[in-house]
Design a protein around this ligand. Structure first.
Ligand code: AHM
Ligand code: MG
Length: 303
């Protein structure tokens, strides 16, 4: 097995170290910040807080040359770059608080991280690792680093196998996550009347076979699929043909993780990882899950 990449490890150390702080900061940050992000969405105080904390933590990682998030118009060059001008360094793209509209209703949210070995925007094939933190009843982090996929529980204090200096304990609870081969759940975003006809027909079949699990935060909904097997989608919509989710910050990292677990991803006709971006805030229809279910989706949309 390949040696762990120290820069990748350091990025996930930094993400894990910030997670309890972000979690603790949320109760007082459920209100709107008064600004919109580059996708035209209302930004909450929690989004701003998580973005600034992660920018600081990830910008300090040696070997990270640039940082960009869903909340920022463009990438920023950060210190600690390897080599002059940042060549040899990684570009880190994050969704600081995925599903933050769930702050109001107190439901699951997450943080999504993609580590690219190319200037952004790049394709998912340029990812060297990806992961997400899930703020559920417990805080977990799922990491795909090219050698496999693991799930960790993150807590404050010592007692796990984490970095004692950060005051964060990390315990690996599964070091070989793979998609269950008998899927049972599905979750699809958007309104049924706005879905393409072929997707609506596919959804009708899926509804008869599996249980609905949809909570309005991609990380939480994908984690249902990761845990039980199934399919998650935020498809094309009649007034938004590229769907809602962003390629660089959401779709690519999630596709990389699910494909690393033995599953599949699709924009409707090909792997998400093969989608060529035009801009950093591009959106893409996202479908991920067990290969057989994603294959059926592609056949349905093709027909
Ligand atoms: P966000 O990152 O700005 O919170 O937006 C993305 C979220 C995803 O987590 C989720 O899948 C989707 O938006 C939910 O959208 P909807 O409210 O239309 O179901
Ligand atoms: Mg998001």
């Amino acid at each position: 097995m390949a040696e762990p990449d120290p820069v990748v490890e350091a990025v996930f150390d930094a993400v894990a170290a910030t997670a309890p702080t972000i979690r603790d900061a949320l109760p007082g940050r459920r209100v709107e910040s008064g600004t919109e992000n580059p996708s035209g969405e209302t930004v909450l105080a929690g989004d701003v807080y998580a973005d600034e904390l992660l920018a600081e933590a990830l910008g300090a990682v040696e070997g990270v040359g640039s940082f960009v998030s869903e909340e920022r118009p463009e990438a920023i060059e950060v210190g600690g770059a390897v080599g002059e001008g940042g060549e040899g360094a990684y570009a880190v793209a994050i969704d600081p608080l995925d599903g933050s509209s769930n702050l109001r209703s107190n439901n699951a949210m997450g943080t999504v991280v993609g580590i690219y070995d190319a200037p952004l925007p790049a394709t998912g094939r340029d990812l060297v690792a990806a992961g997400y933190v899930l703020y559920g009843p417990i805080t977990t982090m799922v990491v795909a680093d090219g050698s496999g996929v693991r799930e960790e529980v993150i807590e404050r204090g010592n007692g796990g196998d984490g970095d004692a200096d950060s005051g964060v304990a990390r315990s690996v609870v599964d070091d070989d996550l793979t998609l269950p081969d008998e899927p049972t759940v599905y979750g699809f975003g958007g309104r049924v009347p706005d879905w393409p006809d072929a997707f609506r027909e596919y959804a009708r079949e899926i509804e008869d076979e599996f249980k609905l699990r949809y909570g309005g935060a991609m990380v939480g909904d994908v984690n249902q699929v990761v845990t039980y097997g199934g399919v998650f989608a935020y498809p094309a919509l009649s007034d938004a043909p590229d769907g809602k989710l962003r390629l660089s910050f959401e779709a690519n990292p999630i596709a990389y993780i699910v494909e690393s677990m033995g599953g599949a991803s699709s924009d409707g006709s090909k792997s998400i990882l093969d989608v060529e971006p035009d801009g950093i805030h591009d959106r893409v229809p996202l479908h991920v899950g067990n290969e057989e279910l994603v294959d059926r989706l592609e056949s349905a949309l093709d027909g």
